[in-house]
Design a protein around this ligand. Structure first.
Ligand code: GLU
Ligand code: ZN
Length: 515
């Protein structure tokens, strides 16, 4: 890390303040990778007491949308990844002394910086036409050379430039990459060296239409915003030598770099929209909760060095160290995410869990109602007594609907064939459900409790020489329409005696249709 430079005799200076940033481009909704990068920056800043900056890189005007920007900011906010400095949002003014924090509001700064590089001859106007550049590329391809700017405009005289201006050519600005090796010590990748000959020649930093390009704006901004640590995805590792050259040319301190491992699909290819669900909002809609997503994202590249797996955002802030981020690709494992989600759902306080699952149940019941069913819309109070039955069975918030929707619809659509256990025939099943109805009615006339229902039904199973699983499956399907439900006896109690008996009767009638 560089030291703050002050004129005068050498002093022992405090280290530069720690400042990191996330710089999303609003060209798509909040992506898993962006959320992970944001989280690691946030955690790093929390851990060292630094400042976390959010900057919107919206210079790709054709592909940037306000909708995407909103999705990114809302998604980060939802996850609890808050920034110390950033643009004005939702009527709130920009925060921080280095604004504006949207690149399209910083165009003057880029212009000033490129003018300075031009005046210092660290950059030059390039008058090459698209046709000339295409011909250069074709010639290089023909001779199996990597693409590279040939330097046609690198040493034009003032007169030659004037002649091209007179033809009406608008120049791009090209940065002189120069010769030599660029080396840096990445906090995750270790020592990296690259020869400038591999960089493709002098680099366009401003297009002929005046729009500045990513490599340039990112460096101008990181310098202007006093960013000390650039923590970003490994896909940017190959950009870093260019950035270092630009920082030097701008007379800025070169920040410390940390490149995070790629997030991979199960087949170890780079995670992409095509092969995986990548939008955070899609996970949220499915019923993943923020606690689990944050916990999971942290483990995509970082490990605590112990067997522990469950971490809150706050605990992560205490524990997170860039030194413990590994450099190998991190495979996205949806099963592990679901497991963590289930773990976090178990930990939610009752009221909080009710509030989060209720909308999923209501949506399901609205669908049922649209199909013609009579439904009773539940309130939170209806859900509270069900929590012990479902809490440990929710990989997703949305899983609530399959577990309890049958409690809130009047007519149950039961597939008659599903009622008949494998070892039984229709007649046996019908008779067994009749016997079971009798037991349930008898128990219910005294006290309708899970333990007593179980004792009564097990006695029936023993007396008849059945397998308990067969009878219980037939009852389960009869009262829920499903083969997988919360525990049977609790489910009977939740349904209530009268409705349970009515459903058993309806099931027996349905079986008659099968004979
Ligand atoms: N806007 C760039 C991106 O979203 C930022 C890259 C960087 O962090 O330097 O990939
Ligand atoms: Zn040129």
């Amino acid at each position: 890390m560089g030291l703050v430079r002050v004129p005068g005799p050498s002093l022992t200076l405090p280290p530069m303040a720690t400042r990191c940033r996330i710089a999303p481009s609003p060209t798509g909704p909040l992506h898993i990778g962006t959320a992970r990068t944001a989280l690691f920056n946030f955690l790093f800043a929390r851990h060292v007491g630094g400042t976390f900056v959010l900057r919107i890189e919206d210079t790709d005007v054709a592909r940037s949308t306000l909708g995407n920007e909103r999705d990114i900011l809302e998604g980060l906010h939802w996850l609890g990844i808050t920034w110390d400095e950033g643009p004005e949002v939702a009527g709130q003014p920009a925060r921080g002394p280095y604004g504006p924090y949207r690149q399209m509001q910083r165009l003057d700064l880029y212009r000033t910086a490129s003018d300075r590089l031009l005046s210092e001859d660290k950059a030059y106007p390039c008058y090459c036409t698209p046709d000339e550049l295409a011909a250069d590329r074709a010639a290089q391809e023909a001779t199996h050379q990597p693409p590279r700017y040939v330097g046609r405009c690198a040493h034009l005289t003032a007169e030659q430039r004037r002649a091209r201006e007179a033809e009406g050519r608008r120049p791009a600005v090209r940065f002189r990459v120069g010769e030599g090796v660029v080396a840096f010590d990445d906090l995750i990748r270790g020592h990296v060296e690259i020869d400038t000959t591999a960089l493709g020649g002098d680099l366009v930093i401003v297009r002929s239409n005046g729009t500045p390009l990513y490599h340039f704006t990112v460096c101008v901004d990181d310098a202007a915003m006093a960013i000390s640590h650039v923590i970003r995805g490994e896909d940017h590792l190959s950009n870093t030598p260019r950035h270092i050259l630009l920082f030097r040319a701008l007379g800025a301190d070169v920040p410390t770099f940390a490149h995070l491992p790629l997030i991979l699909n199960a087949d170890r290819s780079k995670m992409s929209k095509r092969k995986s669900q990548t939008a955070i909002d899609d996970y949220r809609a499915e019923g993943f909760i923020k606690e689990a997503i944050v916990n999971y994202l942290a483990l995509l590249g970082w490990s605590p060095g112990t067997e522990e797996e469950i971490f809150s955002l706050e605990q992560l802030g205490e524990r997170f160290e860039l030194e413990r981020v590994h450099s190998g690709g991190a495979v996205f494992d949806r099963e592990r995410l679901e497991w963590l989600n289930g773990q976090w759902i178990r930990r939610l306080p009752d009221e909080d869990l009710v509030e989060r699952v209720l909308p999923y149940l209501v949506t399901r019941l609205e669908e049922r109602r649209a199909e013609g069913a009579t439904v009773h819309m539940p309130s939170g109070d209806d859900i509270v007594p069900l929590l012990p039955l479902v809490r440990e069975r929710l990989p997703l918030l949305g899983s609530i609907a399959d577990l309890v929707d049958f409690l809130f619809v009047d007519e149950l659509a039961v597939e008659p064939a599903l009622l008949v256990p494998k070892r039984w025939d229709v007649a046996t099943t019908a008779a067994a459900l009749g016997d079971a109805r009798q037991v349930i009615a008898d128990v219910g006339s005294i006290s309708f409790e899970a333990d007593e229902l179980e004792a009564g039904l097990r006695a029936l199973v023993d007396a008849r020489g059945w397998k308990a699983g067969d009878l219980f499956m037939a009852i389960r399907v009869a009262i829920t329409g499903r083969t997988a439900t919360p525990p049977l006896f609790d489910t009977l109690v939740a349904l209530g005696l009268e409705r349970a008996l009515a459903r058993l009767d309806a099931a027996r009638e349905a079986l008659e249709d099968l004979t």
